[in-house]
Design a protein around this ligand. Structure first.
Ligand code: PEP
Length: 248
């Protein structure tokens, strides 16, 4: 599998000015061939970052979006607003959105449909909690999240979706799944996608790993058969560390 996407999720970090500076520093870095680079600043920094990365290989993502296209939804941002700013990807279903904002697979499904209808690409995050892994339920949880989040989505639309497998216990904790354990779930996700769509399509879907990916573990993770990139939190906030991930 020759295609990798490495995405940096900046979460609730960096003012627009700081985000512009980080993006500028990233445009000056070399990136490995065959590696697509995506950065996801906060909504208020998107316009500034879009300006800075114009003409570079870096693509822009948002960290969330409303499932509604317009209307009386105070505080929300629509797909067309993001598109107008030059956003190409939207991270959906991140465990922090599930945990702190009550996002269910059904809400995530509605958001995926809105993103696809607007011509943007979802990065769908899935992954099990620590208790679920300890109870041997990691595979079942991921299969259910895929099935419910992708309900009613056509094969043509599925080809636009990136999956990010992020075991929740590995996010921001410094604990990484071993490359073998991560790859095992990636294979299970691909099998699930093959059963929902086709083997051919499942083989083409980019499945990123996320959870404490750092310069010293990225290479071993990316070497695995079914891992096609990374969704990175902490290590994406510093230009040098993110750049070293991009050259794995
Ligand atoms: C994330 O937020 O998606 C993530 C994987 O964070 P970290 O790399 O900090 O674990």
């Amino acid at each position: 599998m020759g295609r990798y996407i490495i995405a940096g999720n900046w979460k609730l970090n960096k003012t627009p000015s700081e985000a512009g500076e980080l993006a500028k520093a990233l445009t000056e870095q070399t990136v490995g061939a065959g590696c697509e680079v995506v950065i996801a600043p906060s909504h208020v920094a998107l316009a500034r970052v879009a300006e800075v990365i114009r003409g570079s290989r870096i693509k822009l993502a948002a960290q969330n979006v409303s499932q509604h296209s317009e209307g009386a939804y105070t505080g929300e941002t629509s797909v067309s607003m993001l598109k107008d700013l030059g956003v190409e990807y939207v991270i959906l279903g991140h465990s922090e959105r599930r945990q702190y904002y009550g996002e269910t697979n059904q809400i995530i499904n509605a958001k995926i449909k809105a993103v696809l209808a607007g011509g943007l690409k979802p990065i769908l995050c899935i992954g099990e909690l620590l208790e679920e892994r300890e109870e041997g339920k990691a595979a079942t949880v991921c299969r259910t999240q895929l099935e419910q989040s992708l309900a009613g989505i056509s094969a043509a639309d599925m080809a636009e979706i990136v999956i990010a497998y992020e075991p929740v216990w590995a996010i921001g904790t410094g604990k990484t799944a071993s490359p073998e354990d991560a790859n095992e779930i990636h294979v299970i996700c691909r099998e699930k996608l093959a059963s929902l769509y086709s083997e051919e399509l499942a083989g083409r879907v980019v499945i990123q790993y996320g959870g404490s990916v750092k310069p010293d573990n990225v290479r071993a993770l990316m070497a695995k058969s079914d891992i096609n990139g990374a969704l990175v939190g902490g290590a994406s906030l510093d230009a040098a560390s993110f750049a070293s991930l991009l050259r794995f």
